[in-house]
Design a protein around this ligand. Sequence first.
Ligand code: SAM
Length: 370
Amino acid sequence: MNKVALYCRPGFEKECAAEIVERATRLEIYGFPRVKDNCGYVIFECYQHDDAERLIRELPFNSLIFARQMLVVGDLLKDLPVDDRVTPIVGMIQGAIEKAGELRVEAPDTNEGKELLKFCRKLTVPLRQRMRADGVLLNRENHHRPVVHVFFIASGCCYVGYSYSNNNSPFFMGIPRLRFPADAPSRSTLKLEEAFHVFIPADEWEERLASGMRAVDLGACPGGWTYQLVQRSMMVEAVDNGTMAQSLMDTGQVTHRREDGFRFTPTHATTNYWVVCDMVEKPWRIAMLMADWLINGWCREAIFNLKLPMKKRYEEVSHCLEEIDKRLKENGINAQIQAKQLYHDREEVTVHVRRIWSAIPGRRDERERR
Ligand SMILES: C[S@@+](CC[C@H](N)C(=O)[O-])C[C@H]1O[C@@H](n2cnc3c(N)ncnc32)[C@H](O)[C@@H]1O
C-alpha cells in the first residue's frame, strides 16, 4: 500500500494537497497528489512503497490543517462483483493489518457520498463478520488498535486501508456529530463546541474550561460562542456593536461591551483566561490582534477563526501561523499553536493558541510562578 488518503471539506482539495506535499517533503517522503475538485478527498501517492506507512506514523495528524482523516490505502478497487463485494475488500486488507479494533465503511462528504452511505451501512455488518472470522478485526471493538477503513468513492468502487488510533481522527468520516442546542442563539455555536472537542483533550476540560473562569468574546453577537462559555459557567465580556440574545444577558454571566474589538482592553486583564474571536475581518489583522493579546498577557488561551480569501488560502493561513509563532517567540512566550478546518467551518479555519510560559521576567506567567 503506497498511498495516503486524506478526507477534507469539498472545495478544499488543493489546500489539502499542498499541505500534504509540503509536510511529506519535510520528512523526505516524496510523491504526488491526485486532486479532483469538490470530491472531498486527496490521494497522495508515494514513490517509495513503505513511505505511506511511514507518513501516517510520523506526521502528527493533529498538525494538519485541512485533513479530516489520514489513512494508508492500496490501489482503487473497481467494479466490485454485485454478488460478493466482501471477498475482494477483505483480500485487499489481509496481510496489511491484523487484529484491528474497528471497521468504518465511509464515503466522501459530498451529495454523492450521502447516497453511498446508505449502502455503506448495509455492507458494514457482513464485512465486519468476515473480517472477524479472518483475524483482520478483533472480536470486540478496541480503540487502542488500528482502524480499518473502506472508503467508497462511487458505487462498486472503493479504497481499502487503515489508520492508527493514536494518530487519526476518532470520528466516523472525520466528522464529530454534535447536536445543535435548541436554546443557542446561532448555529455557529457548534464551531466553538467542535473546537473544544478537537483542541482540548477531554481529560483537561475540567481544568481548562472550568466554571468561574473569565472569558472575552470578540465579535460576539448574537451570542453562539458566548453561549458555549456561559454553559461552562464562565463570566464573559461580549464585545460587539450588535444585539446579544436576551437569554444570555438574563444569566447574569455576560457583560455586553458595545466597542470595537480591535481597540477593546479586557476589564480583568490579569485574570482573564480565554479570548475567543469570530469577527469577520482580514485573517492577517485577526492573527496580529490575537498575538497582541497573548503577548500582553490578556489571556492564557485563544480560539479564533481566520476567514479565508478566495485564492492562496493555504499560503495565507501558513503565513499567519508563522507570524504568530515568530512574534510570540520574539517576546519570550512559549505557546502551542494548532489550526484545523473544522467540520462546522466553511470558508475559514479555526486556530487555537495556548500560552505555556513566558521566558521574559515581568510577564504575567513569571509573576504567577513566583
Ligand atoms: C460571524 S458574526 C459572530 C457570530 C458569533 N460568534 C455567534 O456565534 O453568534 C461576526 C460578528 O463580528 C462583529 N464584528 C465585526 N467587526 C467587529 C469589530 N471590529 N468589533 C467588534 N465586533 C465586530 C459583527 O458585528 C458580527 O456580529
